[in-house]
Design a protein around this ligand. Structure first.
Ligand SMILES: *Cc1c(COP(=O)(O)O)cnc(C)c1O
Length: 320
């Protein structure tokens, strides 16, 4: 039996995520108010933006009669973890196509995914690059039968539409009273959805003043902006209330944290009284700190950070 949250329950959870003030000396010196929306707390099993990205995917799978889900990711992937948990608690079977050979000692993420019931299907890095090929599809179908396929990171239209709910919830939560909303960007599909959702939730939005800022966690992010536009186009909701900022990847995607960043991370965590993840949210917060130092925001600004979750990924970095 497949059992999912209803859309009303989903929207109610979304509306009730706590927004907490960050008593940050740096921000105080600059006369800027900083808040963080704790989407890491939205669900006990699948946290952060992956909760939003999976919601309509799960419903689409159920509505089309699928019993089984399949998606792609690396050994520490928050998306793979969230998918395994979502499948377990909603009654789907699921398959994770994992980049790289099976190692003798599985990562904590994959151990958890496997014990939640996910079948792990390892493919070489070369084959993983061809993950959209008909050939791989054919062999997966022969092995596992029919499945509802979700792309890496949950970055399809269902995923983007789910994240619009996050944007709408924020603009309603603060009644349009903010200067910037800040979020980490990997595929930028969450940024796309949040920016669209903010615009849907705020009829009087002045997009020159109020932006959703995505901090890219990638080193080479040449096309992230056009990816974002494509995501918005695909859901028929193009907006110009967003900005992408790069340069705060601190060495690259999922790379070992440099010492200055580890130091910053533990200080910020103590200040805000929460934990960050080492791949996404720490880079966003670091970017925000640098913009504060550069006086990017005028005094009196009100900044909202989105905690997109991903704390399970700390274990891959020896953080507990
Ligand atoms: C996946 C993830 C992101 C990136 O989301 P995109 O939609 O790919 O930009 C950000 N933060 C966390 C914690 C994530 O797990």
């Amino acid at each position: 039996m497949i059992n999912l949250l209803s859309e009303d329950e989903f929207l109610e959870r979304t509306a009730n995520v706590p927004l907490q003030r960050v008593p940050w000396d740096l921000a105080k010196q600059k006369g800027v108010d900083v808040f963080i929306r704790r989407d890491d707390l939205i669900d006990t099993h699948l946290s952060g933006n992956k909760f939003y990205k999976l919601f309509y995917n799960l419903h689409a799978a159920k509505d089309s009669g699928y019993q089984q889900l399949l998606s792609f990711g690396g050994a520490h992937s928050n998306h793979i973890y969230a998918l395994a948990m979502a499948a377990k608690f909603s009654g789907f079977k699921c398959i994770g196509v994992i980049r790289g050979e099976r190692s003798r000692q599985l990562s904590a993420t994959l151990l958890d995914a496997e014990s939640a019931g996910m079948k792990l299907h390892f493919v070489s890095r070369t084959d993983y690059r061809e993950k959209n090929s008909q050939e791989l599809r054919g062999s997966l179908n022969r092995l596992y039968g029919d499945f509802f396929e979700i792309p890496e990171g949950g970055a399809n239209n269902y995923g983007v539409i789910g994240t619009t709910a996050l944007g709408t919830a924020i603009s309603q939560q603060v009644k349009g009273d903010y200067t910037s909303i800040c979020i980490a960007a990997g595929t930028a599909s969450t940024l796309a959805g949040v920016a669209s959702g903010v615009a849907m939730g705020d009829q009087n939005l002045n997009t020159d003043d109020k932006k959703v800022i995505g901090f890219s966690v990638l080193k080479g992010d040449g096309d992230l902006g056009s990816d974002l536009i494509n995501h918005q186009h695909a859901i028929n909701s193009e907006t110009n209330n967003w900005r992408l900022i790069s340069g705060y990847h601190c060495g690259g995607y999922a790379k070992k944290l440099p010492n200055y960043l580890r130091q910053f991370m533990s200080e910020f965590e103590a200040t805000a009284n929460l934990q960050l993840d080492p791949v996404y949210t720490v880079k966003m917060c670091w970017g925000v700190a640098q913009l504060l130092v550069q006086n990017y925001w005028p005094r009196g600004s009100k900044i909202i950070l989105i905690h997109t979750g991903g704390l399970q990924g700390r274990r891959g970095f020896g953080l507990f």
